[in-house]
Structure formats: C-alpha cells, structure tokens
Ligand binder design. Structure first.
Ligand code: NAP
Length: 263
C-alpha cells in the first residue's frame, strides 16, 4: 500500500487526483495540503468527495504528523517548489505535476533527491499518450526530417507555443539532422504565416474556445505523409500518468524530469 498526500485538492487536477488515489486499491489517501480548510477533513470541503482524511495548511506540520510515502503536488510553482523540497527533507517522494519550476529549482531538487537517495518525479505532461507522441516523433524524425508541429489549446492558455510542443521539437532535434524547411526563397506575405521556428522546424499554435490540449506532428517525404496526433479531452487524461508515477517513484532513488525518461 502506498500512502499519498495530495496538495491542491480543490483544483481541477487535484480533484481528479483525489478520486483516482481514493479509488485505486493499492493507494491510500492519508492527507491533503490546502491553503484553506486547515484542521478540517476532506469531506467537510464543499465539492470534494466524502473522504475522512485531514487537511493541513502547514506543510511541515503535515509531513511531521502524517506517515506518507508520496506527495502529489498540483498547485502553483512557488508553493509547489516549497512542498517538493520539504517533502524530500522529510523522506517523502514527490510526484510533481505543477508546471513552471525554474531550471535552477530543478537542479537544486535534483541535488537534494540525490543526497537523500530518494526518488522524485517532475512531469510537465502526465498524459501517457502525449509522451508517446513525443517519443514516436523523435523516432520518425531520424528518417523523415521535414516536420511541422500544430498544437491547439483552449483560449485561456497564456504561453505559446505550448511546453509540450517545445519539448517535442527539442526531442526531435536529438534525432533529426538540422534542416531549414520549405522553399529557400519563401516569403511571408502576412507576418507569422509560417509559424515559430525551432532548429529549422515550424510550430503553429491554434487558440480557440472548445479546445482542451491537442497536438499533431506531421512528417512529409516524397510521396508520403505521416501524422502523429494526440488529444487530451479532459483532465482525466492525465491520471494514468499520475498513477504510473506514484508507483514508479517508489522504485527510484533520484529525480526524473519528464515521463519520457521512464516509459
Ligand atoms: P487550478 O484548478 O487553478 O488548481 C490550482 C490549485 O492550487 C488550487 O487548489 C489552488 O487553490 C491551489 N493554490 C493556488 N495558490 C496556492 C497557494 N498559494 N497555496 C496553496 N495552494 C494554492 O489548476 P489546475 O488546472 O488543477 O493545475 C494545477 C497545476 O498543474 C498547474 O501548475 C498546471 O500548470 C499543472 N498541470 C499539469 C499537467 C501535467 O500533465 N503535468 C496537466 C494540467 C495542469 P485556490 O483555489 O485557493 O487558489
């Protein structure tokens, strides 16, 4: 049995994670970390399931009082970083979905995990299908170096291109020989028509209400096209990856950044 603490249980991802952990036979939800409802139990929190586990506001108090194996963090970067660091200091293995940690913070957490000989996972994308899409794209780019990425997201997204599109392009650069695509004399008659450029590849970002998180990687070669496409239709799509990570982190003794390194 793996004892799990979830930080951010009222959030969109946190709510899904609470249900997943509660319904998974080999996991036990032992506490939640929240900036509200300190001293209450989860079942007292409006909108959350009828589960009798304590809610803590203070991270140190929580980790001292509750026997836990894994912390799942689904909050905001500033708080998530403090939770992750404090978890490692208390010999609790962090599984972090919170995005936006700086590379310095990741390096520091990496060193801390190494010094404690403890597993930790930071995964900017928990959707297993999205991670496979990146890996398959990396394989294909070795043979089909002409590639364009089209990512589509809801119109509340602040960053473009998406982190997953950038990660896909970076992984492709590891197997593809650098190449400028399209006609050498091509000219944009409207600025931006050919999208963003990374290592000669093009990335296009679509933002529309109704979309969730979607990406298509299109490869072209003489007389053939290959499309690798992934759609996250809701936040449940991330829970297989959270479940996998909670199990996997128990076998690790260092920090892993990105699920593509362990699946
Ligand atoms: P959300 O619905 O806004 O939830 C964020 C949660 O964090 C809320 O419960 C919020 O509480 C809490 N929070 C905010 N400020 C806090 C603070 N100062 N102290 C403690 N808790 C605080 O967001 P979401 O969509 O669930 O996403 C959560 C995180 O996961 C984000 O970083 C997002 O980028 C990331 N994400 C990752 C993946 C992945 O695959 N890895 C997928 C989707 C999202 P309040 O309601 O009180 O503000």
């Amino acid at each position: 049995m793996i004892n799990v603490i979830i930080a951010g249980p009222r959030g969109k991802m946190g709510k899904e994670a609470v249900s997943m952990v509660h319904n998974e036979g080999s996991f036990r939800l032992v506490a939640c970390l929240d900036r509200k409802h300190n001293g209450e139990t989860l079942k007292d929190v409006p909108g959350l399931p009828d589960i009798d586990v304590p809610v803590y506001e203070n991270v140190t108090e929580c980790f001292q009082e509750v026997e836990a194996d894994v912390l799942v963090d689904l909050t905001i970067p500033e708080v998530g970083y403090l939770h992750t660091k404090t978890a490692l200091e208390h010999n609790i293995r962090p599984v972090v979905g919170t995005t936006g940690f700086s590379s310095e913070q990741i390096t520091e957490l990496n060193q801390l995990a190494k010094s404690k000989n403890l597993g930790a996972i930071i995964a900017p994308n928990f959707a297993i299908g999205a991670v496979l899409m990146m890996k398959f794209s990396q394989m294909a780019a070795k043979y089909l170096p002409d590639v364009e990425i089209i990512e589509k997201h809801h119109d509340n997204k602040l960053d473009a291109p998406s982190g997953s599109a950038v990660k896909t392009a970076e992984m492709i650069t590891e197997s593809r020989e650098m190449k400028h695509q399209g006609h050498p004399d091509e000219k944009e008659t409207i600025n931006g028509a050919r999208g963003a450029e990374l290592d000669g590849m093009r990335i296009h970002s679509v933002r529309l209400p109704g979309l969730v998180a979607h990406q298509e990687v299109i490869f072209g070669g003489p007389g053939q096209l290959l499309s690798i496409k992934h759609d996250s239709l809701n936040r449940a799509s991330f829970m297989d990856g959270v479940k996998f990570s909670v199990e996997k982190v128990m076998e690790l003794n260092e920090l892993v950044y990105g699920l593509e390194n362990i699946i």
